[in-house]
Design a protein around this ligand. Structure first.
Ligand code: AMP
Ligand code: ZN
Length: 141
């Protein structure tokens, strides 16, 4: 499986950088976004290093879709948003900032007026940690 030693998400997969992990299987890892657009914002990443949608293998994107379905259902149950968007960016013009394939699981609130360029504002780490533990426990694997 390809890795990039300079990639922050590859470092998270390797355990060299910590994350608030919520789910993991052979091909994917899910963890809380530390700059959440809304409460419960998390990421599903492929374990394969691929910069974007054009590079990711069919097997890896299929695994990411399966994990995102599972994670989104649990985030929906635990966080209770009014809706959830799956978002995936490719290229700087799409505001991609980490060039390792990932899906954003983004809880939405009616009237939150969230825009595609939501900005990266650090969240309350204690709250993110607690919510991550709750989601991880609810996923249960
Ligand atoms: P994108 O801008 O679509 O490439 O998404 C990258 C996401 O990764 C952003 O929402 C960042 O907040 C998030 N991110 C970057 N570094 C970390 C990290 N160490 N732990 C959790 N989320 C991160
Ligand atoms: Zn990577």
């Amino acid at each position: 499986m390809s890795k990039d030693p300079d990639c922050i998400f590859c470092k998270i997969i390797a355990g060299d950088i910590p994350c608030f992990r919520i789910y993991e299987d052979e091909d994917t890892l899910a963890f809380m976004d530390i700059n959440p657009a809304n409460e419960g914002h998390c990421l599903v990443i492929t374990k394969e290093h691929a910069a974007n949608l054009y590079k990711v293998s069919d097997a890896a994107i299929s695994a990411a879709a399966r994990s995102a379905k599972k994670v989104a259902a649990v985030v929906n149950a635990v966080v209770g948003p009014d809706g959830i968007n799956l978002v995936q960016a490719n290229g700087e013009g799409a505001e991609q900032s980490v060039f390792h394939f990932h899906l954003h699981v983004m809880p939405r609130r009616i009237g939150d007026e969230l825009k595609m360029n939501w900005g990266h504002h650090p969240g309350d780490m204690e709250r993110i940690k607690a919510l991550g533990e709750e989601i991880a426990a609810a996923i249960g694997d």
